[in-house]
Write a protein that binds this ligand. Structure first.
Ligand code: YXS
Length: 259
């Protein structure tokens, strides 16, 4: 069973997450399939991409495939990590990517939808950022995705509580573009995509790339970068990091000792 499905219709490409057995967890295989499909979309001259789960999905995506997270000693979100690759694929795709969200969004998938260019969600959709729950030292570009999408206090509430937030709350803060009932969301999103597809792909592509460059333009000294990596290394080498992942795998609550 393919972990994603895709189709192209009138210049709009749709990728449907289809890995229900693992709640659409962002496995390396699924990420590679999305990257390959976005490449096919580029070759086909797709003007808008829609990223969605199966209609009626209870879980849009459960985030990073926890089974693929290293236990200690290795950066869990290094440059070559599938989630990091996926975020860059979405950000570097020359056309707008619209996240069509039904169901619950977890962890790295929360960052993934925030990295999309627009979000359309049903009223029942929820969004939970989970590094604190799992004990994962999120990485700087990942945190920047949250900061570019959400006001700092909302980003911190998401990241520090790990509690799901409602679509209505995120819409109120301008993070979600539209909240649309489940029965209408597919048509609504395709209509918006068609509107975009009628406009100049060159102008849109160059504006998307400029906005990406401007949003990522932060001065970070080598000393600060090395300090961040050192702080993160101390966390992913900690007893608590291993505890978070083992607790998830053993389906129990973690007990964090702060060491
Ligand atoms: O036990 P089996 O083999 O049937 O598999 C179960 C789950 O283990 C599996 N599964 C996952 N496998 C790998 N990675 C995942 N993230 C993941 N999530 C779920 O899918 C099968 C069905 O799951 P189950 O029985 O729990 O389904 P459910 O309907 O009762 O609950 C659905 C969820 C999504 C509420 C529940 O699975 C859940 O809470 N999943 C974890 C959500 C989460 O905390 N994701 C964060 C992943 S780590 C991440 O994204 C970043 C590294 S970070 O943490 O930094 O943000």
């Amino acid at each position: 069973m393919p972990q994603i499905l895709s189709d192209i219709n009138d210049g709009v490409g749709t990728i449907t997450l289809n890995y229900a057995a693992k709640c659409n967890a962002l496995s390396e295989q699924l990420v590679n399939a999305i990257a390959a499909t976005l490449n096919d979309f580029k070759d086909a001259g797709v003007r808008v991409a829609i990223l969605r789960a199966q209609p009626g999905a209870k879980v849009w995506s459960a985030g990073h495939d926890v089974a693929e997270l290293p236990i200690g000693g290795l950066d869990p979100l290094g440059w070559q990590d599938p989630l990091r690759i996926l975020i860059r694929e979405v950000e570097n795709f020359a056309a707008p990517v619209i996240a069509l969200i039904e169901g619950s969004v977890w962890g790295g998938a929360c960052e993934l939808v925030f990295a999309c260019d627009m979000l359309v969600a049903t009223p029942e959709a929820t969004f939970a950022a989970t590094p604190a729950k799992l004990g994962v030292p999120y990485n700087a570009t990942g945190l920047l995705t949250f900061l570019n999408a959400a006001p700092p206090h909302i980003a911190k509430e998401l990241l520090f509580t790990s509690r799901p937030m409602t679509a209505a709350r995120l819409e109120r803060h301008g993070i979600i573009n539209h909240v649309v009932p489940a029965g209408e969301i597919s048509e609504f999103t395709h209509d918006m995509a068609q509107t975009i597809a009628q406009n100049s792909p060159l102008a849109i592509g160059v504006m998307k790339e400029q906005l990406r460059i401007l949003a990522a333009a932060h001065a970070l000294s080598p000393a600060d970068f090395e300090r961040i990596q050192g702080l993160r290394r101390a966390v992913y080498n900690s007893r608590d990091y291993a505890e978070g992942i083992n607790a998830f795998k053993e389906k129990r609550l973690p007990v964090y000792l702060g060491k």
